[in-house]
Design a protein around this ligand. Sequence first.
Ligand code: NAP
Length: 221
Amino acid sequence: MRPFVFINVASSVDGKISNERRVQVRISCEDDFRRVDELRAKSDAIMVGIGTVLSDNPSLNVKSQELRMARLRDGREQNPIRVVVDSMCRVPLNAKVLDKSARTIVAVSESADMERVEKVGKLCEVFISGKRKVDLKALLKYLYSIGVRILMVEGGATLNWALLRENLVDEIYVYYGDIIIGGANSPTVVDGESFENPIKLELIGFERVGRGVLTRWRVLK
Ligand code: NAP
């Protein structure tokens, strides 16, 4: 058993999610930030890859106090569980995800340096699986076992690819902002190697949000 998994990503019209320097680019607008915050508030856990933590240092918490209070009223924690997929345990000790403001799980592989794992383990929970890379199936199974039913994935490009490759994604929401970023080496919605057989999707919704367009897709199995 695994949670319902959806990816939410903001992309430029040319499919890039950041620039060649991999620094955060403002793609969304205020309306979209609010939509993303609502998605976070509805989710049991938010997952990112270590690449995203190293380049963007996100907090992954719900920004709106109103939404956090609504979660509390529903008997939930203010913020969803934060999950970082980080085979070698490279997460900086001063990363926002380790600030103890929400339950946090750093998922590492058996190849991670154990001294480092111990240090990170003082700041959050550490889940060990996989020889060189985190075993994503085992991680999702574990998340389900601790009560996670809805998992929101907020990138980046490589984690999106790895989850899709292992057939672990149910839906993808792509917000296209009104910009073109360019750059052959800029990260895209899905990086990694191309799929021998392209993954097929079904369009389940589209709407104008602020100055861009939100598209929602179901992954066909
Ligand atoms: P990423 O997808 O965030 O993280 C990828 C890393 O996860 C891998 O390099 C790998 O590093 C680790 N990993 C652990 N287990 C894995 C597994 N089983 N399979 C694959 N990877 C595994 O990094 P990224 O591709 O570099 O993307 C980061 C970029 O995306 C940044 O530029 C950021 O700004 C951008 N971004 C944009 C958005 C948006 O919505 N616009 C959202 C998020 C991020 P280890 O081997 O060291 O573990």
